[in-house]
Design a protein around this ligand. Sequence first.
Ligand code: NA7
Length: 549
Amino acid sequence: MAPANETPGTKEQVGVDVEAIIIGAGIGGLRALWELRSRGISSKVLEKGSNVGGTWYWNRYPGARTDSESWVYCYSFDKDLLQEWDWKERFPTQSEMQAYLEHVADRHDMRKDITFGVTVTSAIFDENANVWTVTTDAGATYTSRYVVAATGQLGIQHFPVEGVENFKGIAYHSSSWPEEPVSFEGKRVAVIGTGATGIQIIPLVAQEAGSLTVFQRTPNFVMPARNYVLTDTHRAAIKRDYDDVWAKVSEQPFGMAFDPVNRVLGDTEPASRNQVLEAGWEAGGFRYIFETFDDLLTDEECNAAASEFVRNKIRAIVKDPVTAELLCPTDHPVGGKRVPLGHFYYETFNRANVSLVDVNSNPIERFTENGLMTADGELEFDVVIIATGFDAVSGALTHMDVRGRQGLSMKERWADGAESFMGVMVDRFPNFFTILGPQGPFSNNPPVIEHQAEWIGKVITYCEQQGIAAEVSTETVESWYRIAKEAFDSTVLGAGEQAHSWYLGANIPGKAHRILYWFGGSPAYNDMLDRTEEAGFHLIGARQAAPVA
Ligand code: NA7
């Protein structure tokens, strides 16, 4: 073990030994640091960015904001912080999220345990010593007993258009946006991609650009966000009722503070169905999905009604009927892909300076010096925004050289599809934990992160007390995958596969498809994780840990 008098994180030289290395200083890494530190486990965080924030640090594109409501898209572990922090809006902007996470880091004096500006290149397990050796691109090497990969779900960009080096204009992927503001005034701008990111960017850029061309492959069901500024009264009510808010979050399948509706389509008078959907649409955000019908994601008839309702909204909002039809999703059910929130998204297509290109009928071939070559010919642009997503969920760990028993790499382990035990551990990678790993719950992320970090803390404490290493068997991982698949198969979400859903790894050419989330609800997940052994999942690897040098 590290010497008792060593202050974790104060030494920067090569070879510092700590009990846990945490990779990433985003929401997950900061929470893991707090958890381990409060358990007396010395920890060091290695972070690629120059500041905390993770996903929120990198994704600073115009319009970036959360799709979860501010009062639940935050930590619950610090009750004073809940009372102290004043959220400004229903859906906080990237800069508000960044400020919040910086505040958390400062409030808990976390920076002293974080090394910024270093990319972890490898994490290699030594089976004889039960020690991980973590190396960074700065050439530093750290040994640790445990590794917590809080590497986020959206760390590895998908950049599918070739030839950007030939382009004389400006091209940015949404997650490599510069810190200084980018002016679009009078410019010819292209946005490629209409996922949650592109949908946030498009309405803002349209207001400033000379012209905006949107390249769409798969239309999405975009819910109106109906963002608003929080009043003092509203904030005070949230703070007063925070215990209730978190109680609802822990009971709601997707970790939102929504009330149960206890209503299914079949039991609702046909004449009232549209009224219910209209109310959900008006409420904004994910409330259309979770506060209308309980069977919206599980019953085909219900989902078909909810999908058609949205298509009719699109047809009513978008004036040009050809554009409206192009924006109507027809190849997947609502919820079959991650539902994005729009801030006057459909309305934007009524602007004279905005046009929509369907890349299915007119594919993008490559960048040229002056813009993009499409099948129909060259289109000239000053700025091209690449909002084409990520090698989500598993990408961060397959792009890093992570090696467990017998030198097995995570890339090899996941060659046929990424699988883990409940999103927190992978077989043959002892004492290696993931936060938001594959087959964790599809749910509002901060509460999931908190639950997983607590579980990891408990397991590490137990291992320390018993002198053992934590490990899961391949059988356990496989059995969790079967359970996750059963949960998924009971929904209508499978059709997302043909629509390139990143839930399924289907957005990255060549990536093995796997259901990357548990869709059985976070309450059931939390319960099973809390009762790991009773629920029939056995942690193995009761091997005496050798002392760290
Ligand atoms: P997404 O949701 O993966 O969206 C990426 C978008 O880019 C989507 O519309 C894709 O179309 C499109 N895309 C991907 N590859 C291409 C190519 N080759 N040509 C044209 N269009 C392409 O990523 P986001 O960044 O929007 O959102 C990621 C998550 O961030 C989001 O879900 C939230 O959790 C926050 P497709 O649909 O695949 O046909």
